[in-house]
Design a protein around this ligand. Structure first.
Ligand code: FES
Length: 320
């Protein structure tokens, strides 16, 4: 996917659901049904803000069988590069946006006998549509959802409809912690584990699962990284024969796109590998922020994921 394939949508509802999270409902401008998707999918929202274009991925929250609208939730990031602030401050009912077609990089395993889900904070979002899928299909599941405090528990009411035996809440403010080891050693054979949330939570759950003997094929996580801000730098695109200046609050991918060069992408969060780009020359440090390249590949410095990674080089030449 690249910037060309988008759907024009209108915002039909906006709701502040926690002090930091807003919920948006989107419908196609032409009234047509939106593309089908499965639980765990995300869409990239294209925002035109102050002469800049932001493309941010957000999980689809709406029940997958409802195609007259999509729902997304946007957490206001303190260190926003512009996208989350734009959504929180500029977008109202009636605003128009473009979205890319849904992509699922965090699907449910089709033959799992049970689904065990662990969410932290805004990491609840990919699970909402998946839970609807599972309830409809009658497949066993349980969700463990950890948040700072009760007022940060987004979608609590909607989640409560799944019943106390399928939903367990944990509030940091009340000293409640998920007992990862207890949970991961008491699951029936054939259970698949899914985790989404802050990096520390994902690492801890995945490490504990491995230590408890879980097979890698039964462990799934989603960790999109927001492109970090950093120092400005220059890059030369060898095939296009143009130099590009990357601003401190702009991702390398956004800067390349703004210069009129398309790079394939799916996640824009350092996960899918679609934007992998060959580095032809670099006289300094590549600042890898992705979860796709191996440690050895990062050390070799032959590739970069421009959606999240930056560079600290005087000369950086990419095969674009
Ligand atoms: S677009 Fe997915 S890793 Fe860059």
């Amino acid at each position: 996917m690249s910037g060309g394939q988008t759907i024009a949508v209108e915002v039909t509802a906006v709701e502040q659901i926690t002090p930091l999270i807003k919920h948006f409902t989107l419908a196609a401008v032409n009234g047509a049904p939106l593309p089908a998707f499965s639980g765990g999918s995300h869409v990239v929202v294209v925002m035109h803000a102050d002469g800049r274009v932001h493309r941010n991925p957000y999980s689809l929250l709406s029940p997958p069988n409802e195609r007259d609208h999509y729902q997304i939730a946007v957490r206001r990031m303190e260190q926003s590069r512009g996208g989350s602030h734009f959504m929180h401050e500029q977008i109202r009912v009636g605003s128009r946006l473009e979205i890319a077609h849904p992509v699922n990089l965090f699907p449910l395993d089709k033959i799992a006998r049970k689904h065990l889900m662990i969410a932290g904070g805004i990491g609840i979002t990919p699970f909402l549509a998946q839970l609807e899928d599972l309830r409809d299909r009658g497949v066993p599941y349980e969700l463990h959802y950890s948040v700072r405090a009760p007022e940060h528990a987004a979608f609590h009411e909607r989640l409560s409809s799944h019943g106390a035996d399928r939903l367990r809440m944990y509030y940091d403010s009340e000293g409640q912690r998920i007992d990862f080891e207890g949970l991961l050693t008491s699951q029936p054979l054939g259970t698949h584990l899914y985790v989404c949330g802050p990096a520390g939570l994902i690492e801890r759950v995945v490490e504990t699962a491995r230590a408890c003997g879980w097979s890698g094929s039964h462990i799934h996580w989603e960790q999109f990284s927001a492109p970090p801000v950093g120092d400005a730098f220059e890059v030369f695109l060898a095939r296009a024969k143009i130099g590009v200046h990357v601003l401190p609050d702009q991702s390398l991918l956004e800067a390349i796109e703004a210069a009129g060069v398309e790079v394939p992408y799916l996640c824009r969060g350092g996960v899918c590998g679609f934007c992998r780009t060959r580095v032809l020359e670099a006289d300094g440090e590549l600042l890898h922020h992705d979860h796709y390249l191996s440690a050895a590949e990062k050390a070799q410095g032959k590739s970069i994921m421009p959606c999240v990674s930056r560079a600290n080089c005087k000369t950086l030449v990419l095969d674009l």
